[in-house]
Design a protein around this ligand. Structure first.
Ligand code: PYC
Length: 333
């Protein structure tokens, strides 16, 4: 076999959603912080992301995480989150996949019953506490970056849909939170194409109307995610469909989306201080979320979310690129 690159990976899924954890072959990405590395990677190395997530090595809903040396003194690793739409500041299901892979592969000192892993991400420090039994990762509780509610009861005119009400919240990415029932759409995967179409229209309209910008780090901006709440949801037990740019649904309950929803439920007074939020994905898998601290982001009240979910290793691989391969960056079908 001949190849111009060899990229090693541990493939995982978190409650149904893939994370290709890249453990070697990328080298050190320039930048003092993960946020700086994210910008450098997007500007100079994005072909590598496309090679790893696009067809034929990936697919239209693929995501991954590139491990780097930590950029802080006490971090275990730094992580860049890649997916079909680009590089995310933070990814919850991806972090749960990374933490599971690191424990299962023995890439961190493993202690039972809990192994704590400190990760540097472009959105800031996150800590994964992995419940370990018999040397195996059983579940992961992620202490995420602070989540806050940007605004409630916005209304935007959406071509083809008319006026749409939404709340905007941040949990590592920005999320427009929309009641699916108000659009007259059923919470049913048989209608996924219509729901996705509505999600993409809403994203475009929201970004034009009032593009969200993180108050402390303006490199984090824009809304690429619409969280459609099932109208049958209860305040502490929600079900949702997460539509993501450029046109796919999260299979997991979306860690940063669950964090944003937690902040929104608190901002609406729908949860008691440390009440657990059960958040189910479009395929019926679950994350549990809880505010473990209150804080601020800029001048906004915020909560520190702890998100619990599970991931499983699905394979290990070396990804190659033959010099005659006509698709050196894969392709989108
Ligand atoms: O789990 O945070 C998440 C996530 C973001 C996009 C897809 N999953």
């Amino acid at each position: 076999m001949r190849s111009t690159i060899v990229i090693s990976a541990i493939d995982t899924h978190t409650e149904g959603m893939p994370t290709r954890v890249i453990t070697g072959g990328v080298g050190t990405i320039p930048g003092d912080t993960m946020a700086a590395k994210r910008i450098h990677f997007a500007e100079h190395l994005d072909g590598l992301r496309r090679l790893l997530v696009n067809e034929p090595r990936g697919h239209a809903s693929m995501s991954g995480a590139i491990l780097q040396q930590a950029t802080t003194g006490d971090g275990h690793y730094g992580v860049l989150f890649i997916e079909v739409s680009g590089l995310l500041p933070m990814c919850g299901h991806g972090t749960i996949g990374v933490a599971t892979a690191l424990v299962e592969a023995g890439m961190v000192p493993v202690t039972e019953p809990v192994t704590e892993i400190r990760l540097d991400t472009p959105a800031g420090r996150v800590v994964a506490s992995v419940a370990v039994g018999g040397g195996h990762a059983d579940s992961v509780t992620l202490r995420n970056v602070p989540a806050y509610c940007d605004s409630l009861d916005n209304e935007v005119e959406v071509p083809g849909l008319g006026p749409v009400r939404y709340d905007m919240a941040y949990g590592g990415n920005f999320y427009a939170i929309v009641d699916l029932g108000k659009l007259g759409l059923p919470f049913d995967r048989a209608h996924k194409d219509r729901i996705l179409d509505a999600g993409l229209r809403i994203m475009a309209a929201v970004n034009e109307f009032r593009r969200p910008v993180h108050p402390v780090d303006e490199r984090i901006a824009g809304c690429k995610h619409v969280l459609f709440l099932d109208p049958a949801s209860e305040p502490a037990h929600t079900r949702h469909a997460m539509a993501i740019h450029p046109g796919w649904f999260d299979r997991s309950p979306c860690g940063t989306g669950t964090s944003a929803l937690l902040a929104r439920q608190h901002a609406r007074g729908l949860l008691a201080d440390d009440q657990v939020l059960q958040n189910d994905s479009f395929i019926g898998t679950t994350f549990y979320a809880r505010a473990v601290e209150t804080t601020t982001v800029g001048d906004r009240p915020a909560v520190v979310p702890a998100i619990t979910g599970r991931a499983w290793v699905t394979g290990t691989a070396n990804y190659l690129l033959d010099p005659t391969d006509p698709f050196p960056e894969g392709f989108v079908f």
